[in-house]
Structures are given as C-alpha cells and as structure tokens.
Design a protein around this ligand. Structure first.
Ligand code: FMN
Length: 167
C-alpha cells in the first residue's frame, strides 16, 4: 500500500518531520511511504496512495499560503476523496498555533471527502490529540526539532497501521 506525506518547508523543519513520519510508516509491513515537498509531488504516487498526511509550518498560526494554494489546486485533481488523511505541523513557539494549522488542514481533508485520523490518544503515550506538532525554539528544555524524531515516527507507524486495517 502506498502512503504519501506532503509538506511545505522553507527552512527544513517540516521536511524533517515529514521524513520521520514516512520512516515510521515504512516500518509497517507492505507499506511503501514517500515524503514529497509541494514543489515536487509525484502525482501518480499520490493518486494511488490510500493515505495522505499533509504538513505545514505555522505562519501566523495558520498554514502557509503556498500549501493553502497547493491544497486548493490538488484536492480534486489528485483524488483525495476516500483516502485516509492526517496532518502535522512545526512551529517556533510552544503556543505558536501548530494545532490550529493541523485543524485547518484536516478541514480541507474533510471537505475533500477524506477519512481523518489523528494517530490519537487511544494508543496511550505519546498522546497525540489532533496530530503531531514539533517546536523548534531552544528556549525550553523539551524544544528543538530533533527532540521530536521518535514522536513523528510513532505517529507515522500508527497512521500506517490504521491504513492497513482499513484498506
Ligand atoms: C512568515 C513566518 C511566520 C511565522 N509564524 C509563526 C507563528 O505564528 N508561530 C510560530 O510558532 N512560529 C512561526 N513561524 C516559525 C515557523 O513556523 C517555524 O520556524 C517552522 O518550524 C518553520 O518550518 P520550516 O523549517 O519547515 O520552514 C513563522 C515563520 C515565518 C517565516
């Protein structure tokens, strides 16, 4: 089964998070997961994928204009309807809007007719609520993008496990 992780990233944080998610997905048997920047999406791969996880940095607590435009242009063209959907974000500050970014991406996915999955709390720790968020500011002990590697890999594995159950 194919799964795609699609992201916008200007300074590399969201790209790293996307690659960690794809790594976690690829731990699940029979899953082929790939991460794509919105600038270089393999459209055939995405059309064939049963699941899409979409990520954006927080820009003023919203998704970037570029990924908004990409979603508008792609959700019909790439056949999002019926796929499993997830979302993730990176932000500079602990309260920098990452959850809001995820919610707005998930709203797009719902409008497109996707089945949305958080990777959620029912699995226990780490308790992921609407989707994973990484904080890259080093002012706090738990912050710094590398701190989140395992968290994003676990999310990817949970998402892929759910996708294989459903499809
Ligand atoms: C125009 C702009 C607006 C931003 N707004 C926010 C914000 O509202 N909250 C926040 O926590 N970080 C904000 N950031 C920081 C980025 O979300 C953060 O550094 C992110 O990890 C960058 O991702 P990237 O490395 O994938 O580009 C902003 C950055 C830029 C360039």
């Amino acid at each position: 089964m194919k799964l795609a992780v699609i992201y916008d990233s200007k300074t590399g944080n969201t790209k790293k998070a996307a690659e960690w998610i794809a790594d976690g997905m690829n731990e699940v048997v029979e899953v082929e997961a790939k991460a794509f920047s919105i600038d270089s999406v393999d459209e055939e791969f995405v059309k064939e994928a049963n699941g899409l996880v979409i990520g954006s940095p927080s820009y003023a607590a919203t998704m970037t204009p570029d990924i908004h435009s990409w979603l508008m242009a792609s959700m019909g063209k790439l056949g999002f309807a019926g796929k499993l959907g997830g979302a993730f974000s990176t932000e500079q500050y602990t309260h920098g809007g990452g959850d809001l970014v995820i919610q707005s991406i998930i709203t797009f996915e719902l409008v497109a007719g996707m089945l949305c999955y958080s990777g959620g709390s029912a699995w226990g720790k780490p308790n992921i609520h609407v989707g994973p968020v990484a904080v890259n500011n080093n002012q706090e002990k738990h912050n710094g993008i590398e701190y989140y590697e395992d968290y994003f890999k676990i999310y990817g594995k949970r998402f892929a496990t759910k996708a294989t159950e459903l499809f």
